[in-house]
Design a protein. Structure first.
Length: 307
């Protein structure tokens, strides 16, 4: 087995960068001191995330290709949630030297393939040795195309609240994996490989969205961020919340509080005409917080520092 330590830093970089196709926004890709990415708008949307082994992924639950998809998707979704088109990712990788080279190659295949799905490219980054756990740092860039960003602070009383994409699937899949099960496979795969509907950003903008965000830490918690930033209350109607039967008896909890599906939540003017792919599940009102059928929901979403 060829290991990263045996290949060396520059041999590894060469092997990995050969696997990275470059899109039209890239003027200079991997291989120099830094990449050059076009920003026709004159502004760049930028975001970053860390994925730490044992905290955000487990190698006994997910293969390297799955982890690459997940790492890319969660950052690309944040760019789309600003109403921007993703253009590039920068990847920082800290990895034990005894890791198989093939593992790193498959990780980068997942990163590259998810970028292709979103219209972006991996343009560079850094690799370093680690003692035990793998850590992946991802920075994503995007272009607004001359338009204002879609932020969390634009919701107004009377607006509709709608979601786009599957919600609750990843949380249900995580619960299955934690209990030693791998069926239903659709739920387990949803946790391993999120599928953000990247077209949601353009759909939301075309429909006049007043606020937009990626649902990564739980629907209610993330709607709470919109409510707080906009100085409003969000009222959710339980009967309008889509709960697929596949999610089982805990389906409502998974949909309302489960994270990592990277769906999108948005608010729209009351008279907005939404594509059928969006589901209206509530309204914006005066006040603060998020209520479900007029009451606070008993469970919250994900918090990295909650015990």
């Amino acid at each position: 087995m060829s290991t990263i330590g045996g290949l060396g830093e520059f041999g590894l970089i060469s092997r990995l960068t050969r696997r990275l196709p470059q899109g039209p926004a890239v003027e200079l890709g991997p291989g120099d001191d830094a990449a050059v990415v076009a920003a026709p708008d004159g502004r760049t949307v930028a975001t970053t995330d860390l994925l730490v082994e044992g905290r955000h992924f487990r190698r006994d639950w997910s293969g390297p290709y799955d982890i690459g998809i997940k790492a890319a998707a969660q950052n690309l979704a944040d760019v789309v949630a600003m109403g921007a088109a993703p253009t590039a990712l920068l990847i920082g990788l800290a990895i034990p030297v005894d890791t198989a080279v093939e593992w790193a190659e498959r990780l980068y295949d997942g990163l590259a393939d998810e970028c292709t799905r979103a219209g972006a490219s991996v343009v560079g980054g850094d690799v370093v040795g680690a003692s035990e756990e793998i850590t992946i740092a991802v920075t994503a860039l995007g272009d607004l195309g001359g338009r204002p960003p879609l932020t969390r602070s634009g919701a107004r009383p009377g607006d509709l609240v709608a979601v786009r994409g599957r919600i609750g699937y990843s949380a249900a899949g995580l619960e299955l994996l934690a209990s030693g099960r791998d069926e239903p496979a659709e739920l387990v795969e949803a946790h391993r490989r999120p599928q953000p509907p990247y077209e949601a950003g353009e759909e939301a903008r075309a429909a006049g969205a007043t606020a937009l965000m990626d649902v990564s830490d739980g629907l209610l918690q993330d709607l709470g961020h919109i409510a707080s930033a906009s100085g409003v209350r969000i009222d959710i109607t339980r009967s309008d919340v889509p709960v697929p039967g596949l999610l089982g008896s805990a389906g409502l909890d998974h949909v309302l509080t489960g994270g990592e599906d990277h769906a999108f939540a948005a608010t729209f003017p009351e008279d907005a005409v939404l594509p059928p792919s969006w589901t209206v599940l509530g309204r914006v009102a005066e006040g603060h917080g998020v209520l479900v059928d007029g009451r606070p929901y008993e469970r919250g979403g994900w918090d990295h520092f909650r015990a």
